[in-house]
Design a protein around this ligand. Structure first.
Ligand SMILES: NC(=O)c1ccc[n+]([C@@H]2O[C@H](COP(=O)([O-])OP(=O)(O)OC[C@H]3O[C@@H](n4cnc5c(N)ncnc54)[C@H](O)[C@@H]3O)[C@@H](O)[C@H]2O)c1
Ligand SMILES: [Zn+2]
Length: 382
């Protein structure tokens, strides 16, 4: 008998660019990345809605590549939004496009769209040939300030969100901040919750910046929105790259603050409640729970809830009060599902102060219930 354990260290490069007008001929960011990688072909996928919001985008991409040695293997428009990742239909279409375009593992797949579109394109890219190089162009607030700079991709399956997927570091992420300004207003605003979240759990200075800029942020003023998105993206990326657990093998998930309830609310509403709006409710619930269970000063919880109120991010949703036949709130099942997802002990991050957190492993159902009652009765946005 014998056993041999070989460590296999692999270093990934997570390249993140913030820019404007990424496909303007004079913008060299994309060209430099493509040349650095040495690949010879690129296939471009654009989410329908984004193409519709950006007349001339497809032409400018064509023009950009005409001046480059990298061959453009096609530009295709595809549907996005949550329904694009509801099953594997769009992923299969992308596999077919990759096969027909003869992309190899050194080729590039450029994906331009919201978080849902990038998830399905990322899943297809990660699995075709066991991985072609993905260059993401996130186009929503949430995708630019959080999901697009992450290293995960997934589609939904078996009634569960993000059930099939992979950890796959993209070749590059290009946050073209111009895209932020054509989203529907609700999407542009709601994605700010991930910035509030990461500020609350990681960076007191950023949280105080948000508080100091609340009015222009609530008005979605261009430069303030862009700064907020960039600071949030950098905190997310830095945590992934330097936090010691990029592929989430441990149980501690600082970037998932407020997410146990959020994921459950998304599924209780059959994904009618989008991720960002569910996170606002989940964040409000866990912040209040931290206060009511004595971990966080009540005045600090009030500050966090005031930020949500001014940013018009709703802290309550009726799905929090859905109950089973025995009268038990269904959202509480979210704790078991989160534990199952972590694959070990229930571990949920709780704030002790702005920018300082601690993991807990048990929830008091009675306190949680009272927090939900309190959120329901709390006044809404200003
Ligand atoms: N992979 C990860 O690590 C991760 C992390 C968090 C969230 N997510 C996923 O991200 C998804 C949510 O992403 P989202 O909030 O970006 O929503 P989304 O992708 O559903 O996009 C929202 C809407 O905005 C439209 N749109 C996008 N960009 C636009 C633009 N620039 N101009 C005009 N319209 C535009 C889209 O067509 C869509 O209708 C969820 O599926 C969630 O599970 C993934
Ligand atoms: Zn999230």
């Amino acid at each position: 008998m014998s056993r041999h354990d070989f460590p296999i260290p692999v270093v990934h490069q997570h390249r993140i660019v913030f820019t404007h007008a990424a496909f303007a001929p004079e913008n060299r960011e994309l060209a430099t990345l493509l040349e650095e990688g040495g690949g010879r072909r690129a296939l471009v996928l654009v989410e329908n809605q984004v193409a519709a919001a950006w007349p001339g985008l497809v032409e400018s991409i064509g023009g950009y590549f005409s001046a480059m040695a990298v061959e453009l293997a096609g530009i295709h428009l595809l549907p996005g939004g949550e329904s694009a990742k509801a099953d594997d239909e769009i992923a299969r279409r992308i596999w077919e496009l990759i096969a027909t375009a003869h992309l190899d593992r050194h080729s590039y797949l450029l994906a331009i769209g919201g978080g849902a579109f990038l998830d399905v394109a990322g899943y297809a890219a990660a699995t075709a040939h066991r991985g072609v190089r993905l260059i993401r162009f996130p186009t929503t607030t949430l995708a630019q300030d959080d999901s697009g700079v992450g290293v995960k991709c997934a589609i939904n399956a078996f009634g569960k969100k993000n059930w099939v997927g992979s950890f796959a570091v993209p070749f590059a992420v290009i946050n073209d901040l111009d895209f932020l300004h054509t989203q529907p207003e609700e999407t542009r605003r709601a994605g700010l919750i991930e910035a509030v979240k990461v500020a609350l759990v990681k960076d007191r200075g950023f949280f105080e910046w948000i508080e100091a800029n609340l009015a222009p942020l609530a008005a979605l003023e261009k430069s303030v929105l862009e700064t907020c998105v960039e600071r949030s993206a950098m905190l997310h990326a830095r945590h992934i790259a330097e936090g010691g657990d990029p592929f989430e093998t441990g149980s501690s998930r600082p970037l998932d603050f407020g997410h146990w309830a959020a994921h459950k609310l998304e599924s209780l509403t059959s994904y009618q409640l989008p991720h960002d709006r569910a996170v606002a409710v989940g964040l409000a619930l866990d912040t209040l729970y931290a206060a009511r269970s004595g971990m966080l000063a009540a005045a600090t919880a009030d500050r966090v809830l005031a930020v949500l109120r001014v940013l018009k991010l709703a802290h309550y949703h009726p799905a929090l009060d859905q109950r089973d036949a025995g009268g038990r709130r269904l959202v509480l099942d979210g704790l078991d599902e989160f534990r199952e997802h972590l694959g070990g002990e229930l571990t949920v991050l709780m704030p002790r102060d702005i920018g300082r957190c601690e993991d807990i492993h048990h929830f008091n159902g009675e306190i949680l219930g009272r927090c939900i009652d309190e959120l329901r009765e709390m006044p809404g946005d200003e």
